[in-house]
Design a binder for this molecule. Structure first.
Ligand code: ZN
Length: 354
C-alpha cells in the first residue's frame, strides 16, 4: 500500500504520485509525451500535470496541484479557460469530457456528436486546428496555457502534421502534454519534439487495493486477466465481468459453451480468447500462466491445435472493427476453442472425436 502524500491534492490513481512528483521536478520541456502500457492512467497523469502547471497556489505553501485554488477548481470543473483537452469523440463521455470542451472552442458541436454520424475514434484534423487557434489566444489567467492530447496515437498523419509547427514553437506560455499507450505509433517528428515520460505497470498489490476500493471483488483475478493494467481491469468489471466468470472461462471454452460470451463486444471476446489461448500454450510447454492462476489450465492440449486456434483468433481480430454477425463469429471461435483445448498432445493416446 502507498499512503497518499500529505501535502498534495489526492492524485486520481495512487501509483501516479511518484511519477507525477518526478515529472514536476525534472521536466522543463514545453511538450511532454506520457506513454506506457494501456490502462495505467496516462490520461489522469496528463490532466494532473496540466492542473499542476496551472495551479495558482504559491509553491512554498503547497505541493502542486493544490486541489483548492481557483485554477484547480476550474480544471476539476472541466472549465478552465487556459486548458484545452483533446480526446476523440468516442472517448469523451468515458473520460468525462463530453460537454464543456467540445462546446467552448466552437469545434464540433454536441449536436453533431450525438447526431447521425458515428462518434469518431480518431483525433481529427479539424480538432487539431482548434489547438492552433487556441495557441494564438491570450491566456485568461496567470499561469500560461496547456493542451492535453489523448490518446496521441489516435492522430492520423494529417492531424499530426497539422500539429507539428505549434508543437515545435508554441507561442507564448503554452505547454503540451501528449499521452497515450504507444510512443512508437506516433510520427517520429512528433516524438522528437516531446520529452518522454514513461509510466510502468503499478505494483500488483497497489493496483489490487485500488481496484478493491472501486468495489471489485477478488481484484487480483481481474488484474491478472487485464495483464496487470488496473484501469482495464476496472472497465471489464464495470462491463460485467467478475472473477468467477473469468476463472470459469477456460473450462467453459473447453466445453464449447458460448453462453454469455455473445453478449460481449467482439473485440472483448477476442481479447479473452487470446488470453486463454496464450496461457494454454504456456501450459502446454510447461511455462507459468500469465492471465489465469497456476493450474487452472492443464498442459495437455496439442500445441498444433492451439497454434491453429491462435491464428484463427488473429484472423478474426483483424476484421473485428466490422463485426458482421458478431454472435455467429463468437460461436465459431468457441467451437474452435473447444477443439484446441480438448485435442490432446498425442492424438493416439486418447480416442476423441474431432
Ligand atoms: Zn491549485
Amino acid at each position: 500500500m502507498i499512503d497518499a502524500p500529505q501535502t498534495t491534492a489526492p492524485v486520481p490513481l495512487p501509483w501516479l504520485a511518484d511519477p507525477l512528483r518526478a515529472a514536476l521536478e525534472t521536466q522543463r520541456a514545453h511538450a511532454l509525451l506520457i506513454h506506457g502500457p494501456q490502462g495505467v492512467g496516462q490520461f489522469e497523469m496528463a490532466l494532473t500535470l496540466a492542473q499542476a502547471w496551472l495551479c495558482e497556489s504559491p509553491p512554498s505553501q503547497s505541493t502542486r496541484p493544490c486541489g483548492h485554488c481557483a485554477s484547480c477548481r476550474l480544471v476539476q470543473a472541466r472549465s478552465h479557460p487556459d486548458l484545452m483537452v483533446l480526446v476523440p469523440e468516442a472517448l469523451r463521455e468515458a473520460l468525462g469530457w463530453s460537454t464543456d470542451d467540445a462546446g467552448e472552442e466552437g469545434g464540433s458541436s454536441k449536436g453533431e456528436t450525438s447526431g447521425k454520424r458515428k462518434p469518431s475514434k480518431d483525433i481529427r484534423v479539424d480538432e487539431v486546428r482548434r489547438i492552433v487557434s487556441f495557441a494564438q489566444t491570450t491566456a485568461a489567467r496567470a499561469h500560461g496555457k496547456v493542451v492535453v492530447v489523448f490518446p496521441a496515437e489516435r492522430m492520423n498523419g494529417i492531424s499530426a502534421n497539422a500539429l507539428l509547427k505549434t508543437l515545435e514553437e508554441p507561442p507564448g506560455n503554452l505547454r503540451f502534454v501528449l499521452a497515450g499507450a504507444s510512443a512508437d505509433a506516433l510520427l517520429p517528428t512528433i516524438r522528437s519534439r516531446c520529452q518522454a515520460v514513461r509510466l510502468d505497470l503499478p505494483e500488483p498489490t497497489v493496483a489490487a487495493a485500488w481496484l478493491q476500493a472501486q468495489g471489485v471483488m477478488q481484484p487480483e483475478v481481474l488484474l491478472a486477466a487485464a495483464g496487470g493494467q488496473p484501469e482495464e481491469a476496472l472497465s471489464w468489471f464495470r462491463e460485467g465481468l467478475d472473477a468467477r466468470a473469468w476463472l470459469a472461462l477456460p473450462e467453459q471454452l473447453a466445453r464449447g459453451d458460448a453462453a454469455g460470451l455473445t453478449a460481449w463486444p467482439l473485440s472483448r471476446v477476442i481479447d479473452m480468447l487470446f488470453k486463454v489461448c496464450h496461457d494454454a500454450m504456456r501450459a502446454a510447454v510447461g511455462a507459468a500462466p500469465r492471465y489465469f492462476p497456476f493450474g487452472l489450465i492443464n498442459g495437455r492440449a496439442s500445441i498444433e491445435e492451439l497454434t491453429r486456434w491462435y491464428r484463427e483468433i488473429g484472423r478474426v481480430a483483424r476484421h473485428a472493427e466490422h463485426p458482421w454477425q458478431a454472435a455467429l463469429t463468437i460461436e465459431l471461435l468457441v467451437t474452435q476453442a473447444h477443439t484446441a483445448l480438448t485435442v490432446p498432445k498425442s492424438t493416439t493416446a486418447v480416442l476423441r472425436v474431432r
